[in-house]
Design a protein around this ligand. Sequence first.
Ligand SMILES: C[S@@+](CC[C@H](N)C(=O)[O-])C[C@H]1O[C@@H](n2cnc3c(N)ncnc32)[C@H](O)[C@@H]1O
Length: 397
Amino acid sequence: MDTIDLSISFRRWFCVWFSFPLSPKTLIYFNKNKTNPTSFLFISMHYPLPSSASIYSFKTQEIKGNLTINMANGRLPDHQNWPRPGLLYSEAVRELHATIENDWDSVKQSACQTAAGRALWKHVVHDPLAELFAGETYLKSLYEKIKKDRLNNAREVSGVILAVRTLWFESKLEAAVKSFGGGAQVVLLGAGMDTRAYRLDCLKESDVYEMDFPEVLQMKDTLLEAAMESINEPMLTAKSLRRIAVDIRDEDWFKKLQASGFKPEKKTVWILEGIIYYLEHSQAMGVLKTIADNCNLTETVLLADFMNKQSTTLSSSNYHFYSDWPDHLLPSLGFSDVKLSQIGDPDADYGLLHDPLNLFNKLRGLPRSIQNHPDDGTPCCRLYLVQASGSPNQTIS
Ligand SMILES: C[S@@+](CC[C@H](N)C(=O)[O-])C[C@H]1O[C@@H](n2cnc3c(N)ncnc32)[C@H](O)[C@@H]1O
């Protein structure tokens, strides 16, 4: 069966036709629903538009594929309304962000930097709290980079990796929770300023556990309290949310998670997004092994991103752990059914990497063993997006 993956981006409204050469009276399954027999595949999309990228799967007897709909195509978001002065520039919020800039180390500050990425790529990532968590300094710094990239017609616009990574984790999280029939537990290691518990409908029946350093989680609570004064909406979407202050380099992190209500016998999605490479090799292996050893009682999905060796040189002091072969490493620890994607692959593109010569598309064409680009000798810096199952016999749908 042929597979087709399409990505399209729209600014306002859309109504699209796709036609594929099908045998007459082919049955089409669109998001698993059977449609009337037809001789061509017609997909039409109307209001309401997705607020972030949405993926629709379709299937006929002859082809299957995914249609990714975005609101914009690698463009800089509209910035007339940026940032929201009322919230961002309140004295209380400014003071809190001054503490982050003055007192936190760069590892903790990375939580605000990733929030800035989500805030500035808001035309594809729907995270209304991201500006608040990012703070003015990180927003401005990324905003200037994006502006410069646009002026220089850069092939990759700053923050695009983060946007793709966020969308990839969200689509895989949603798929995993759905495949578990709703109420799976979700654990975010190094949750930072993640706001999925507040904004993803798929978590309505889920108990969510966010783990990070005490200072980060305390600050997140305090910033949210400040936001609550301005946003008069019920905040939480998830069934429950618990924040657990830990250093995951310490051996007792899993015990602390259990003490907070986590149940190893309950279906679980683990999210290790932007965290594992901050650990030393033995610490990262320890964390992955703990998950593998304790979560094989029932269905478990691990979602994680891994840097390759060259990527860890981008920040000489912060990044340590790397793996060029996470799809070999995870099975050696007890995980199974490992699926690996690179930025720019059909399931990690979201219509944001349309230039065939951009860095990621160039890298995908090279064997993973190659460390420097044969054309110009530049380091091949890769980010692998990986999903795996925690139990030996489980396959991920
Ligand atoms: C790059 S941020 C990613 C945050 C979030 N996952 C996201 O994607 O927006 C890395 C986060 O990992 C946390 N972190 C790093 N090392 C940690 C450790 N040893 N224990 C707990 N959290 C840690 C940092 O505090 C920070 O919030």
